[in-house]
Design a binder for this molecule. Structure first.
Ligand code: FE2
Length: 303
């Protein structure tokens, strides 16, 4: 049975990158609700940069989004690395840890996030590794389904594989709507249909990002461009289906001025607010309707 999952962050966030450390010093506390970093880039960083990083972690709620866990790899889990990040999470009061549902190493690092074959065997293998990590960290971790280019072998669909892992590992989901959009074009499926099959109760938070248009039928998930309208529309659809879950803008290079990044963060917040308002109006209308029908019934009963 699925346990309800409560995560201690909400609203609209922004990924902190080294190139943004100085430009973001001008942020006001209301500009963003939370931040996210790759722990691999910050464990054991000291000196001036380390102090600057701590100022951010003391000021904003922080999440970690890992790069090198390689959950689908045949290689053993890197327990030394996991010890380091557990310590790092405690030093910086990191609220949650997310990773990619992929692998990036076998005996050595492959420097890319590769999809895991969509098979029952892989579901069990990956879920067991996630469970071991959750036990070690003492918290649920959050898995993100990745964008992929080569189609892995397998006897399940992508969504069946994703649902299987989330259920068996009892972990959270990081819903990246840009990944869904990019995959839907590269692999020819309907993004909204995929979205509707997502187990919404598993969503911990979302990502939104820009991508590169290599060709009409080939998109590359670069995080180096503005978010395009169809991806905003997909995010809004996700909010309509699952509620206004916390969402973070990922931008990894080709950085625009901070004001433009914050404008995209504001767009996330506007979509969230719009859906929250619409859903509270709908709830109110339903309440009014049930009140009216109760009153009608009482009139009939007492007549
Ligand atoms: Fe992402």
């Amino acid at each position: 049975m699925t346990m309800p999952q409560q995560y201690p962050f909400s609203g609209a966030g922004l990924g902190l990158r080294r190139a943004l450390m100085s430009p973001l010093l001008s942020l006001s506390d209301d500009d963003i609700s939370f931040m996210e970093v790759a722990p691999e880039n910050w464990v054991n960083v000291g000196g001036r940069l380390g102090r600057q990083f701590r100022e951010y972690t003391e000021r904003f709620p922080f999440l970690c989004h890992g790069l090198s866990l390689s959950i689908g790899s045949p290689a053993p889990l890197d327990w030394d690395f996991l010890k380091d990040i557990k310590q790092f999470f405690s030093e910086h009061k990191v609220l949650s840890y997310s990773e990619h549902l992929s692998y990036c190493s076998d005996s050595g690092h492959l420097y890319d996030l590769l999809p895991i074959p969509f098979t029952e065997e892989a579901v069990r293998y990956v879920a067991d590794r996630i469970s071991q990590i959750q036990d070690f960290l003492g918290q649920r971790i959050i898995m993100e389904s990745v964008s992929y280019y080569a189609v892995p072998e397998g006897d399940m669909s992508e969504i069946e594989f994703l649902r299987g892992v989330l259920e068996e590992a009892d972990c959270g989901l990081l819903l990246d709507v840009n990944n869904i959009y990019v995959n839907s074009i590269n692999h020819g499926y309907d993004a909204e249909e995929f979205l509707r099959a997502i187990p919404g109760e598993r969503i911990a938070y979302g990502h939104v990002a820009g991508h590169f248009v290599e060709a009409e039928d080939l998109r590359v998930d670069t995080h180096g461009a503005d978010v395009i309208d169809p991806v905003w529309t997909l995010l809004n659809k996700a909010y309509e289906l699952f509620g206004a879950f916390p969402t973070l803008l990922e931008r990894d290079f080709n950085f625009p001025p901070v004001a433009e990044l914050l404008q995209e963060v504001s767009t996330i917040r506007e979509l969230q607010d719009g859906v929250i308002e619409m859903q509270s109006l709908e709830a109110q209308a339903q309440q009014d309707e049930s009140h009216t029908s109760t009153t009608d019934n009482s009139v009939v009963l007492t007549a």
